[in-house]
Structure formats: structure tokens, C-alpha cells
Design a protein around this ligand. Sequence first.
Ligand code: GDP
Length: 360
Amino acid sequence: ALTIGIVGLPNVGKSTMFNALTRAQVLAANYPFATIEPNVGVVPLPDERLKVLAGLFSSDKTIPASVSFVDIAGIVKGASEGEGLGNQFLANIREADAICQVTRGFADPDVIHVNGKVDPDDDIDTITTELVLADMQTVEKALPRLQKELSNKKLDKSYVDEVAKALTILEDGRTLFSATVTDKLDLELIKPLQLLTAKPFIYVFNLDDETLADEALKTRLTESVAPATAVFLDAQFEAELVELDEDEAEEMLHEAGYEKSGLEKLAKAGYETLGLQSYLTAGPKETRAWTIKRGATAPEAAGVIHTDFQRGFIKVEVIGYDDLVELGSVKAAREAGKARMEGKEYIMRDGDVVEFRFNV
Ligand code: GDP
């Protein structure tokens, strides 16, 4: 499964947030998630559609999609030089499919800030610098070889040119992900180098009551990290929230004036950032959300349930979620002509309610 690596300076609230994430996982432990590992948090993705379908189909249970977060400890200044845990740190980041940096925006004078002051931009700069330096080393090492292979006509010029362009962006101190917009950098082309800053980024701003209510601040931070995603939460509040039962948590959220929990926003942002979407299956046994890449075809979607489903795929009956809810049953949807038979080429849409037909 795709994973999101959580990084951040010490004392920004990473562990607090990660513990809240794993607590949310334990609460959802009746779901068939991957085995519980200490540094992995597999978090259910809240999806209101599941409850509605479970009602229509009188399902015994609902199973949500999930997003995996990995706690990557050990960023320190100098990580790119392989100091201390530096090498392991970079190796762990390389394995993640997206990077989530937690930054500190809460003031609490009792908690020491490693950079001496509470300044999320500064936190971001510190970590970005280490990742950019690590990428520069990779590119500088690779370029001479690539240029040689290019002169031997073993490589595409467009690839080598894009790598050279990536180097100039790194020399500017910018992430390659951000340059997809500003410089139209083609990350697909330079994929073989597996560069760290080419991964999609999420920034979590760990704020307090006061800063969470500061819309101007949040707008500024959102714009400053674009095209990366900004998520605002209060890690300590989230940690308290996951200790409560569902009704109490709901009440505490409302009293604090929030519509959704920070973890819910983070799970959604993670799912989006990884380029994932869900299709749904429903029946008396269970109503379930299945995770696929955006752009996945029907047979690929079937393969998420079972490889046999993909191999023996014949066709799929698809009803859009909204149509199904409006018409109230599969039978009514069929009669209204809203149930479509789709073949191997069909590109799945988020919220498709499906039944696969396959040979075994
Ligand atoms: P880490 O080093 O990034 O993993 O940070 P921790 O999660 O261990 O948090 C460091 C300290 O800051 C702990 O004493 C936390 O209780 C505290 N802390 C974390 N999040 C918040 C927050 O949102 N508000 C306040 N006031 N303290 C926090």
C-alpha cells in the first residue's frame, strides 16, 4: 500500500499527532487493516457514503478505506551529510510515497523549540534544506554518467535535460514538487532518480486555539506551501479527542467550533495527495470502500478485491452513488437505466457502486 512519511523537527508535536493517528487505528481495529507495526498508523478514511449505503442494503458492517502514515524519526540538521541517523532517515523517506512535514505553530513556553523560535516557515526551511541537499548529491552524482550515456545515444535528451533543470531548481533551494507549477518541471521524466523532493508534500501546521482561529494566517500559510497541501490542527486537542467515544468526541468538536477533526482532514489530504479514490461495494454482509489510483481501469479495480477478479474480468455493473441513493435500490436503478455495464477499458470514478462479473 502507498504510505505517507511523517517528518519534522523535534518538539513540534509529531509523536503527539502520530499517537493520535495510531489510537484512531486501534479504535478501528475490527477492520481488516494491515498488521499493527509500531511506526505505522493505518487510519480509516471517514466516508459518509458508507453509512447511507449500509442503510439501503441492511449491511452487517461497513469497512472504510484507509491511509497509511509512517513515523520517520530523526531529522536533524546535517541529515543530508549522513550524520547520526541521517542515512537511515533519508532511506526511510525514499520509501514513502509522500512526505508529511509537521511544523510547530503553538506557542507554549514550556516546550523548547529547537530553532529557538516558533516559526513554521523556518521549520519548513530547515527540513527542505536537508532534503534538497540530499537530492543535489544524487543528481550531481548521476549527471556525468547520464551525459556520457547521452553521448553514446543510450539515453533520451529530454530526460537528461530535465535532470539538469532539476539541478538548477535544487540549487535555488526549492523542492522539485513545487517546481511542477513554477517551472513546469516534468516529474515523470526524472522518476528513475527517485528524488526525495519530487514526492508530493503535505504540511501539517500544529497550531493552538488562537492561531487556529486566525484565518489570515492560515491563508498565508496555505499560499506559501502551494502546490503542497496545508492541514491545520491542534495535535494535543486531537490526542484528547481520540480518547473519547464517538458522541463525546462529536460534542467536544462542536464546542470547540470545528466541523471535522484534524485527523479526518489529514486522512483526506493524505488520500488526495497520494492520488487515490474509492469505489464502493454494498450487500447484506458488508458495505465497503476500496482504494484505487485515480485513473484506474475496471479490471485494475477488480484486482484490488482479488487477483482472480482481475484475471477473469468480464464486465462490471456500475451505478453512481448519487443515482443509487436517489433511486433507493439496485433494482430501481436498473429500471431507470442508471445501471451501466462497462468493459475492460472503463476508467473508474470516485463513488462508483459496482458489482464485477468474472470467470474463475
Ligand atoms: P515531537 O518531538 O515532534 O514528536 O513532539 P512531541 O509530540 O513529543 O511534543 C513535544 C511536546 O510538545 C510535548 O510535551 C507535547 O505535549 C507538546 N505538544 C505537542 N503538541 C502540542 C500542542 O498542540 N500544543 C501544546 N501546547 N503542546 C503540544
